[in-house]
Design a protein around this ligand. Sequence first.
Ligand SMILES: *Cc1c(COP(=O)(O)O)cnc(C)c1O
Length: 388
Amino acid sequence: MTDIFAKDKQFVANTYARFSINIVSGKGSVAVDNNGKEYIDMGSGIGVTSFGFCDDEWVKAVTKQLGTLQHTSNLYYTNPCADLAEALCNKTGFKKVFFSNSGAESNECAIKVARKYAALKKGSDYYTIITLNNSFHGRTLTTLAATGQDVFHKDFTPLTEGFVHTPANDFAALEKLATSTKTAAIMIECVQGEGGVNALDFDFVKQTAELCKKNDIILIVDEVQTGNGRTGKMYAYEHFGIMPDIVTTAKGLGGGLPIGATLLNVKVENVLGFSDHGSTFGGNPIASAGALSIVNRIDNKLLDAVNEKSKYIFSELKNAKGVKSVSGMGLMIGIETEKPAKEIVNKCIENGVLCLTAKTKVRLLPALNIPFDTLKKAVEIIKNACEC
Ligand SMILES: *Cc1c(COP(=O)(O)O)cnc(C)c1O
């Protein structure tokens, strides 16, 4: 079969509403389809290709490891895994890292750690995890239970027990729930991504962190999408002046290879012991070598550039015709448009720009190192699409 669209529809499970584009190659922030048409990529494969397609430094790190050692299992020590864990801890102050292969898995690990901590400290009935309405934490049955959006739950019940949801930015409601329920953990995204690119209120996050500290509740911050420089800090919690007990991340960490990480702070670094958790591929040498090259490049200079580009996008789009509002942080941006988001995205595709959506918004997650002139071209095309 030569028609790739037909072949994919016939043989790949129908879980994705794909756009009719067959991307065959890419370099930096430009993707190329099978007809040779070029697109400026404003989505980074949903916040994954942090330094764009086939970035030279990343390719070098990955291929060097590929020709050295691709996998050993976690029965043995390997350099890339230990080096990456050290780099993450040095950059953040966290104490230990558990590696997995995806965002959902990084959250599964965080949930296990929180439950075991609470079970040992307070009793096994302290298992409830509180998350926020409109959150997104993954697609496994447990992380679906954590996800505070009913649309994802339909047809898949019963989900894992012990998850309750409360409105974002309503601290009184959260406090009441946390103190009237036998709570193990509170899990938040500092900027809700899939929920519509909405940053939580500063005070709400601050108060939540204080509540957790006071009541010995584990604070988990899901940085699967917001992490690794995306919001203009290494991790988004830094904007709020808090220190979580556990941070989870994935997407942009690997630069395009699957990796998840659960960062454990001093309170929980030794909660998991031998055989409590594991992953065949977790900390895989190739994924770890790629991720290390990414983490090592997220420095103040890069973050300053991210913030500068963010300011540019906000100022260009805020008062643009057809734009109702712009939300988000750093290079994680949501645009509420007068026309349906899907229409804007299609118009952008026609004109050579790839954008994402989140709920009713157009969502932008460009590569952190997108060149300014490329970004300017994309923003012009997006503005045009919103206008006409
Ligand atoms: C994408 C995402 C996940 C799920 O990550 P997967 O790698 O698809 O399992 C979890 N939490 C947040 C905040 C995400 O954006």
